[in-house]
Design a protein around this ligand. Sequence first.
Ligand SMILES: [Zn+2]
Length: 512
Amino acid sequence: MSDSMKEVVESLDPVSRRLVPPNIDLGALVPLKTTLELRDNLSLGLAYVTRAPTRLTNDIVTIARALAGDDAAKNLPHLRRCSKPSDLPPHLKSEFMNEGNGRAIHTGKSNWLYILLGPKDEMPYDELLRGLVNVDGIRDDIFIGIIPVPLLAPTSQVQANMWSQQFWQTVYRKNNPLGPHPSNICRTTSVVSRDASIWMTLAHQIAKKSQKAGFGEPIGAVIIKRTVPGKSEAARGSGSKEDFAKADEAATISTSLELMNGDGATGDTTTTDSDSLDNVPIEHVAAETNMTIPETTNGVEGSNTYEDSTKPDSHESDTSALDPEAKETTQIVAIAADARWHQQTKTGQTGNPMAHAALRAISMVAQKLVRAEDRAKSEPGIMDFETFQDKPLLQDEALVFEAEHPCPDGYLCHELELYLTHEPCTMCAMAILHSRMGRIVFRHRMPLTGGMSSEDRGHDLCGASELCDRGPCGGGQGLGLHWRKELNWSMLGWEWETDDVERLTVDPHLHA
Ligand SMILES: [Zn+2]
């Protein structure tokens, strides 16, 4: 065991420490790709542009904003709002200068600007025209052009430069609209890799014990809480979605104007907190529970997916301000194995889906929270069959279950880390997401049934040489549920790769 790993084990509570075997097999963490990262990100749409003397720019932007609304994405924050005629891509220049009073506008001394109004689909043409007619100074010769624009932000400076030539001036904000920010992945990977092998070893251990006991498939889950000193919840989330949108809009306009004044020629606007902007998710599951769900923008930051990457050292400095000796600590919150066959007959069945390892582990966390609140227990119903199978069945599960929750505040699994022997099925993946898990690590991919990986899945992955005797199985696209823009929570995810640990083989059709 490496020294840093020994340190982690020694800092564990006595109960958890007893579970860790003397030998830990090492594995490497490979970050999961998102669905967007694996697909083409050049999605084009049409946008309206107009032109006006510089002094009218603000009036026109106000009209455009009123039509597009505050939704950040509809204001195309990665595209410059204004462009000098000379900065237009060549094909637009030659097209626009031949329309209306274009010739005069395209002379060197012109103080006219082209202004991007917004996506065509978001603004009714009649209303746009009505708005522009009210602006003194352009009324007599209203120009409205339609141009193709990239709808998603670029992922590199090279791409931004290319799009500036092909479409419209594009700003690269050093973020990744297609997934978690690379610097965040890098930083978090180094944190998690210090002890991931310990938790994965425990997950394997419980998986084998459950299989041996005949309770379930050899699948195991471990949930841990990592406490970074000085990193308080309150310090991380502030500002509403609207604030982000407005700050960004302001930044885009001011940068455009700076550029035209010859300043800020690098086009670097990373001083704004724009990283969060493209990815502000929509909260839509809050109603299904009466527990406190972290507020949306907090959730975004809390997920570690969208931390402000422009200040990579911010939490380190917080730490030193509080207690220079304070160290990161980790505690096991739940251990659970698959128990799908407990009280079930195996013949012709898939077992009890409620007893998948991830669901049992999450349920154990929930029970600890309820216990900490000291709520009156509801009388257990009289049932022959225990649907949820969320009481500890194995000794290791019980040991951890009986220990109190290290930090029983906040929503369910908010910011906790889940270590799984197998990629969770779609059902479990969504449950993990709904529980607000912060990070997930799993070992074996389940190409036919897993919900986390984003890679396309083949039809032949069950290993059958001919057509699978279960008929056409699997296939289709990976769902990549760990990080989807359209879902209201995201987490960082990794596969844990190792050649040193015995594989826990299950049927490829199985839903883990
Ligand atoms: Zn499952």
